[in-house]
Design a protein around this ligand. Structure first.
Ligand code: DAT
Ligand code: MG
Length: 149
């Protein structure tokens, strides 16, 4: 089944939104298969945001991600990559729809609370960048037959 990488960024952790994020993904019907809190190394942050290396905000973005702990997660479910992006909302929280995590809790693009992989291939890359295989737990939720036809 499909998996995606989600990270509560330092601002989300500091604003006590870890539980809210997990609650929303759980309530939606996705399955948590990986979870850890960590201080991010500069090397990992730079690798994670490698596609943005040439952008003017790259330096401050990397600095921000390394500034305080994050909570990294892997979520599983049918169509979870695209659906997680919808739950998270558009990049700029000022214009993200209300009802999304960024739309409900943020006001600025450099403090947008949460990351979610933008495509299936990106998700695979990010999961293997952030998690060792043995850190991921495959399990069958007992309510699966009530979530899927
Ligand atoms: P997303 O996180 O929605 O996938 P992205 O991949 O375009 O967005 O950018 C990665 C992060 O970089 C984003 O979450 C916040 C930061 N960022 C993007 N555009 C920015 C900008 N114009 N100014 C400051 N930070 C920006
Ligand atoms: Mg992105």
């Amino acid at each position: 089944m499909e998996r995606t990488f989600v990270m509560v960024k330092p601002d989300g952790v500091q604003r006590n939104l870890v539980g809210e994020v997990i609650r929303r993904f759980e309530a939606k019907g996705f399955t948590l298969v990986g979870l850890k809190m960590m201080k991010v190394s500069r090397e990992l942050a730079e690798q994670h945001y490698d596609v943005h290396r040439e952008r003017p905000f790259f330096g401050s973005l990397v600095e921000f991600i390394c500034s305080a702990p994050v909570v990294a997660m892997v979520w599983e479910g049918d169509g979870v990559v695209a659906s997680a992006r919808k739950l998270i909302g558009a990049t700029n929280p000022l214009t993200s729809e209300p009802g999304t995590i960024r739309g409900d809790f943020g006001v600025s693009i450099g403090r947008n609370l949460i990351h979610g992989s933008d495509a299936i291939e990106t998700a695979q890359r990010e999961i293997s960048l952030w998690f060792a295989p043995e850190e991921l737990v495959s399990w069958e939720p007992a309510n699966k037959s009530w979530l899927y036809e």
